[in-house]
Ligand binder design. Sequence first.
Ligand SMILES: [Zn+2]
Ligand SMILES: [Zn+2]
Length: 663
Amino acid sequence: MRWLDPRPQRRGPIPWYYTGVIMYLIEVVALARLPRTLPQSFSYFSLESLEEGAVVEIELNHRRLFAMVTRSIGVKQAKQDLRSRAFQLKKIQNIISRASIINARDRALLQWISEYYLAQPSTVLKLILPSFITDTFEVSSWPARHEIEPYPRMIEVVPEEYPIERYQKAVEHALQNGRQALILVPEIERAETLADVISEIVPKERLLVVTSSKTPRELRTSWHRVRNGEPLIIVGTRTSLFFPFTNLGLIIIDRESSPAHKSWDQEPRYDGREVAAKLHSLHGGQMILAGYPPSLNSYHLAKDEQVARLIPSRELVTSPLSLFVDMAREIKEQNEFVVFSQVLKDKLRNVIQDGGRAFLFVNRKGFAPFILCQQCGFIFRCSECSVPLVYHVQESLASATLLCHHCGSKNKPPDVCLECGSHKLKAYGIGIERVAKDLKKMFPNVPVLSLLHGEPKETKNAKTALEKLKKMSCYIAIGTEFAIPLRLPRMELAAIISIDSALSLPDFMQTERLFRSLSLIRRLSSKIFILQSYAKEPEMLIDLFHGSFEHFAEKELKERRRFHYPPFGELIKLTVQDSSREEALTQVKRLYAGLRIVPHYFGPEAVEVTNPYPAYIEKKKGNFIFHILIKIMDASKSRDMKLLIAEHTPDTVQVDVGPQSLL
Ligand SMILES: [Zn+2]
Ligand SMILES: [Zn+2]
């Protein structure tokens, strides 16, 4: 077990007073995010034996910290240990709790996360004992944790149209049996919405919302109520997975295919769905995977696992007429660059004349995605990131601006080309501002709403925007990816204005992501769905237009199996970055050299380590980024491989197990 494996700190002779006196060697994990360069497990001595899970206070680098005991050994047994490791031991400062504050299930979860995600034990412990708990750490008054026999397991995969009634039924059933239930949601707003719906059938005092919008005091109260085993319904974001459940009989993963279930910016980069599945295997009971379309992982799980059940999606009551428009032909026919195809213009006009509503999807913010010199082909790029600057003309910026979407740098639009001095500069491509401008020209009397992240006026938060939309009968809403989870009201027309840059991204999950986004947008429409594209009709559209998720999934899974991509293999993405390109390259090459031992030891048919490759956006915020991808093909050796990988991965390397993107 990695988190019980202390690394020696200092070497020196064993002082005389450690011999002949009854004492105990205590190993602890500190309750603090420590620099990754420090060892994660520390040894102290104590005059009494302490059980695993007891809490003590230690001194570490002149700081007083809480720590959890992971092992306690009488000195007679430990003598050999002491001699071989030659520790210079300090005494623990205080005993905060003699009783264990965690139970066997917490320990199992801790160990699993630490090993599965290659995470430091102290970092994982901070998830299980968050700061709103350790800030006022009055553990002496805590009742002991119960150990409970797990319930029999059952998994259900249900489509989006049912959930509310299905949730209510499952939740009611859990409460009637005196159990706890967890509804895991991808976004904070969704937690509030769902809680409203659940509160219709559940007594208010039995329902807890757990998100970062709650105060530490509220979270602390909820945490203790869960720990005391009260039958409760928790609706929460990822944080709630680490609540001290003692009686968990139901887990619902809401909008299960949402990418927001994965933690991407902080270690460990865990996937809420995977942690929920682990919780489920420890607690047993029922697990419901809900949402349309299901993720390929869940679909695969439901098909292969005996405990899982896939409930096929109910056909849409009114399936919209779906049209594909070849924009290359359109431009040829109209003899100029156009944002709207003729058919989209006509249909839009019809809908608006009838007082209807429309949603238009644009996958780019700003007015135009890049500025190009027509003389020499020069593209204006951010100096800190290797991406084109996006041309913005929105009112909130005083004047037209070239904005970097990665570091936020603002630049004045140039008058002449930096390369050749030519004045022939042109803004290329379609951004959401350009679509809004054209619409206002075409339909001066119709409200046009932009739904995009960070739009200050229209959508300070999603809730206000939605409420506004629900009150209006005739409008055109335009949105980026940001608009998809909002679940707008149904409209007469939905269209994809442009999505081509996303169609060509060379990423293993890209087709699944696109299918999901396009399905959700198509489902917004009750009458017409239009997809404009410069690409030839993508194959996936056939399945999309005919609503055949199963056909799409089978084909896609076949491809994944061929290349050992998840769910048929496991991926680990390692990332190195540095402000100097040379330094980043040196580091990543050194990392690669160290990791070559992994396929050497386990065999090239069991695991693959790719050559280092630059990130798709090679430079971000002044840092050069390189990746190495590890593909584990033999799942039975995954645990051992990860231990070896961890040994050869220095602390400066970012680790992402189960990355959502390889780019
Ligand atoms: Zn030029
Ligand atoms: Zn930048």
